[in-house]
Ligand binder design. Structure first.
Ligand SMILES: Cc1cc2nc3c(=O)[nH]c(=O)nc-3n(C[C@H](O)[C@H](O)[C@H](O)COP(=O)(O)OP(=O)(O)OC[C@H]3O[C@@H](n4cnc5c(N)ncnc54)[C@H](O)[C@@H]3O)c2cc1C
Length: 340
């Protein structure tokens, strides 16, 4: 832990990580928040669109989103129970029963030869994955290679595995199939997909704007919107940020942007920063793509915190979900000896 008392802290980026860090640190420090866009929290907990372009509410579960649930409860943000976890096109696969993939209870369930083969593959997959097979190690093969080697049908891969990944990982179908099987397995496990009973109970956020409005009503933060930071200089005693033609001086900086942006902002990145931040690629929605190289470097990300007066957080510390952004932020707050 880096013991810091009443410091001048700059936070770059006002998505989930930046907003929460600003809120928590402003209780004991002087905080300035910089956002390149015109409004704060624009990327934050917005509703998402399903395949059929229908808006679905922001959903969370205490099991799969423990840190996000903790933050909501600390802030008193209302949530309500919800039954449907996935968009309607996924319902036939998952909802309505206590089986891990609730296929059998779906109203459209039919017993043709094709559907029987698919049910068989679903159950085989669940029992196979539940044991987390050690041979060959899951990390050595991509999802596609692994499933094909184990005799799963193309129909099962395309109709079941890929849609499952799309719900949990927000990656493209090609990215899911190329992902290391170990990572896919861990993502499914995190979401309780291999559990026979007690599937994660989901809740929805009653008001998407609640997080932003609640924390902004309570914080003392100097906010700079429409202010892209161009460069971060670090020296022995602190940091200078270049914003437009101005230079601003701080004791510490928290970089709550994507990994590629964070690296581009650092004037003199250390070897460790170059190595761990340069491996991240981003998809069309600016979600981190979980390539084998990115996953291999992910554990080292937390070692960057506290070096040269800088700290990093964002959803790239995990699977790219809001929960991962919150977990990374709580880890940074821990360095400052504070919590939500
Ligand atoms: C499976 C899955 C489900 C998801 N579900 C949701 C969901 O339901 N709702 C949702 O909203 N998101 C969702 N996401 C997306 C993602 O998890 C969230 O958007 C998350 O909040 C990302 O936050 P972050 O803190 O990592 O910051 P980022 O989203 O990376 O935001 C960085 C911020 O920094 C700002 N910035 C960048 N460069 C600069 C600069 N030079 N100077 C100043 N500011 C700068 C940007 O404008 C931006 O505001 C999901 C992702 C996945 C993978």
């Amino acid at each position: 832990m880096t013991l810091v008392l009443d410091s001048k802290i700059a936070i770059i980026g006002s998505s989930l990580s930046g907003l929460l860090a600003a809120y928590a640190l402003s209780k004991t420090h002087t905080v300035s928040l910089f956002e390149s866009k015109a409004t704060l929290g624009q990327n934050c907990l917005r509703q998402s669109l399903s395949e059929s372009d229908q808006v679905r509410p922001f959903i969370l579960s205490r099991d799969t989103d423990p840190h996000l649930s903790y933050v909501f409860s600390q802030l008193g943000i209302a949530t309500a129970p919800i039954r449907q976890v996935f968009p309607s096109w996924m319902q036939t696969l998952f909802t309505g029963c206590d089986l891990p993939l609730g296929h059998f209870s779906a109203p459209t369930c039919t017993f043709s030869k094709a559907s029987f083969d698919r049910y068989k593959d679903i159950l085989r997959f669940v029992f196979h994955m539940k044991r987390r097979p050690k041979k060959p190690p899951l990390s050595e093969r991509s999802v596609a290679e692994y499933l094909q080697t184990h005799g799963y049908s193309d129909m099962f891969i395309q109709d079941c595995v890929v849609p499952l990944g799309l719900c949990i990982l927000a990656a493209t179908p090609a990215e899911i199939l190329e992902m290391p099987m170990a990572h896919f397995h861990d993502a499914l496990q995190t979401h309780g997909m291999f559990r026979m009973r007690s599937r994660p109970a989901c809740r929805k956020l009653m008001n998407e704007a609640a997080l932003c409005t609640t924390i902004r009503a309570r914080w003392r933060v100097t906010c700079h919107v429409n202010t892209p930071i161009r460069r971060i200089h670090r020296d022995l005693i602190g940091v200078s940020l270049e914003a437009g033609t101005e230079k601003k001086r701080f004791d510490k900086v928290i970089i709550a942007t994507s990994a590629d942006t964070a690296l581009a902002l650092l004037e003199t990145p250390s070897d460790a920063e170059k190595e761990t931040l340069s491996v991240w690629q981003y998809g069309t929605q600016r979600y981190p793509i979980l390539t084998a190289a990115a996953l291999a470097h992910q554990p080292a990300l937390s070692n960057l915190n506290g070096q040269q007066h800088s700290f990093f957080c964002g959803s790239y510390f995990g699977l790219g979900r809001p929960e991962d952004a919150v977990r990374a932020t709580l880890a940074v707050l821990h360095h400052f000896g504070t919590r939500m």
